[in-house]
Design a protein around this ligand. Structure first.
Ligand code: UDX
Length: 448
């Protein structure tokens, strides 16, 4: 099928590349011409495992195209996937202006009957507004559109695998034709008829995805509800960690056993510095705002947000307790990305922590395996080391803010020898406390 993808961010690029990989002809476009220029030069504007191979292969084989002119992309396609950003406004609402702009563009460019699919995370009832906007904007062009919702659940760092091996594909449709077309688009994934680039010939033996068809309003709500529930789980684990700290229990032992109950599940119970990134924080905020707008006080979610905000304060408090005065202390910050295996620093708790340490007068040196470039551009005030060993040289403390595997595998004996004071605050509970103590470290983590 001929598909166009509007927006070349994490979701758009992965969607475009994976649709091409399963056999469709995809034209991707973005407002940001520099992004298209990077893609056309054979590079990627983001770091995401396996995506480079996928993009290169599908461009070479002629199924994937990056175009500057969105009209060109839209006119030649049967289905348009909207993957533009919906960043938070000052008041927490999702900013839907990019979606509105795309609606105007699609309506004007027209080109016959089209399926317009919202993949960006949007508040419930956006589909209705999108449909209305398309009708109004296409008054002169006379095109007609069907609007569907197809929320994306991929995670950064495992985006390609998540897209090709989802547990469910959710579509929100108001008629059978749209459902049929979306099922056809996803058929290779539903029937697992493709060669997985991430696993070569050996795809994980997971069950085929469930195809869930709902109304547009429900599909939109499913996405917000999923992300909000994940946020609740993380905040629950974090509050539990604080209890463990006071009661002399180990949060990882507790969550491991709690998570064995299939009604609860083991995932998203990792306590530490809290959730960040471009999705969870903004989606939780937008869901709270949406609830307020319809007269519901979603106290539960507000509490999850509050617990999350307190994590940084708690880290600072731990650091002050161990180091006494922070002003003038040398601190190595390991990790800048909002989680491992990504270069994304948007709403990263690690960055937030870095800013706080700097504001308190500490002298900070940071290192991250992938996020250095983005940090250098966005926050030049953060001093960066070439490697983790340079970062820890002569410091009074090491703070682990992102649980990269690379940090687990460091030669911690060497780190011990490089540091002025062997103090480690592991804000992601990523190391073994007993091992660290046996190496001679003064070691603190969260809830253990
Ligand atoms: C999330 C959702 O998982 C995904 O389904 C949705 O489409 C987009 O938002 P992502 O933003 O890539 O994906 O990150 P995710 O892996 O969910 O992690 C979010 C944050 O929670 C990270 O900062 C991570 O460090 C934190 N986290 C996650 C915890 O603190 N503890 C956990 O147990 C899990």
């Amino acid at each position: 099928m001929r598909i166009s993808v509007i927006g070349c961010g994490y979701v758009g690029l992965v969607t475009g590349a994976c649709f091409a990989e399963i056999g469709h002809h995809v034209a991707c476009t973005d407002d940001d011409e520099s992004k298209i220029a990077i893609l056309r030069s054979g590079k990627l504007p983001i770091y995401e495992p396996h995506l480079d191979v996928l993009v290169e292969k599908n461009v070479r084989e002629g199924r994937l195209l990056f175009v500057n002119n969105p009209g060109e992309a839209v006119r030649s396609s049967e289905a348009v996937f909207i993957c533009v950003g919906t960043p938070p406004l000052e008041n927490g609402d999702a900013d839907l202006s990019a979606i509105d702009n795309v609606a105007r563009m699609i309506a004007t460019e027209g080109g016959g009957a089209k399926l317009v699919v919202e993949k960006s995370t949007v508040p419930a009832q956006t589909g209705q507004e999108l449909k209305r906007a398309l009708t109004v904007y296409s008054r002169k062009s006379g095109s007609n559109f069907t609007v569907a919702s197809n929320p994306e659940f991929l995670r950064e760092g495992t985006a390609v695998t998540d897209f090709l091996h989802p547990d469910r594909i959710v579509i929100g449709v108001d008629d059978d034709t749209a459902a049929k077309k979306l099922r056809e688009i996803y058929a290779p994934i539903l029937e697992r008829k493709f060669k997985c680039p991430a696993h070569q010939d050996k795809c994980p033996a997971a069950a085929a995805p469930v195809f869930v068809s709902t109304t547009v309003n429900s599909a939109e709500l499913i996405k917000h509800a999923s992300n909000s529930f994940l946020a609740l789980k993380i905040s629950f684990a974090n509050a539990l960690a604080d209890m463990c700290d006071q009661l002399g229990a180990d949060v990882q032992e507790v969550t491991a056993a709690v998570g064995m109950d299939p009604r609860i599940g083991p995932q998203f119970l990792q306590a530490g510095l809290g959730f960040g990134g471009f999705c969870l924080p903004k989606d939780v905020q937008a869901f709270i705002r949406l609830a307020e707008r319809v007269g519901i006080d979603f106290t539960l979610l507000k509490a999850a947000e509050q617990v999350n905000r307190q994590r940084i304060e708690l880290l600072l408090a731990k650091a002050r307790k161990a180091l006494w005065v922070l002003k003038g202390k040398k601190i190595a910050l390991l990790g800048l990305a909002f989680k491992p295996n990504t270069d994304d620093i948007r709403f990263s708790p690690a960055i937030e922590a870095a800013k706080r340490f700097i504001a308190e007068g500490a002298s900070l040196r940071a290192f991250d395996p992938q996020a250095m470039e983005k940090t250098r551009k966005a926050l030049p005030q953060i001093s960066l080391a070439k490697n983790p060993y340079e970062a820890v040289k002569d410091v009074d403390a090491v703070v682990i803010a992102t649980e990269w595997d690379e940090f687990r595998k460091l030669d911690w004996k060497r780190v011990y020898n490089e540091m002025a004071r062997p103090l480690v605050i592991d804000a992601r509970n990523s190391l073994n406390p007993a091992e660290m103590k046996s190496l001679g470290f003064e070691y603190y983590s969260f809830g253990r």
